[in-house]
Design a protein around this ligand. Sequence first.
Ligand code: SF4
Length: 248
Amino acid sequence: MKGRIHSIESFGTLDGPGVRMVVFMQGCPLRCKYCHNPDTWQVHGGEETSAEEIMAHFLKNRPFYTNGGITVSGGEPLLQVDFLIELFTLAKREGVHTCIDTSGATFHESERLDRLVELTDLVMLDLKHSDSAAHKELTGADNASILAFADFLAERNVPIWIRHVVVPTITDGEEHLLRLGEMIAKIKTARALDVLPYHTMGKEKYRALGMEYPLEGIPALPKDAAEKAKATILRGYRLAKRKNTQGE
Ligand code: SF4
């Protein structure tokens, strides 16, 4: 079968451990206001590509991927579960590390998803807002299925790296950051936290697509502010862990 692929980055260093091939899948059900890839949204776009073609591309450059592997990102890769099963089956046959970078927004339990998760070494999960109503305002959907997906992964012992984008005035409030830390503390297989500063590099794409930029007027977040936000999330995390231990 063929998957709809937006683009491939041959040597990615930000989407999982080591040097990786990052496959950006076409199609996304969310409309995050800070999205810098609105060109991945339409499900019927992209180029139809087979799993074999992608694996062949990977294997050609294999010596460069020591300690790395393949990450599927997007768009929302979990819109194309059957294709990912094919791709990851080939990858695991070659002993390649596999990672899914997802918002988890399409989550519902199925045998196919179970199969995919068995073939997945790591999930990078975007937690976009700790408050469900604010999540809906920011992305178009509430966060219930994302949290349910985190539980589903934890039950199956899949390691999770949490990602969070800090946007001035939207996701930089102390209360939200502490609550996010608390939420992460409940995810049993959470292994790492990546806090990303909001940037405005997507603006040009919106202009080129004739779309209004949703966060017009909101400045990029300085790097040190992202580090401070991370410290606050970790404070919330530790407080929750301590509370849990005392409660035991
Ligand atoms: S989930 Fe990712 S690709 Fe989809 S709208 Fe949000 S940021 Fe963009």
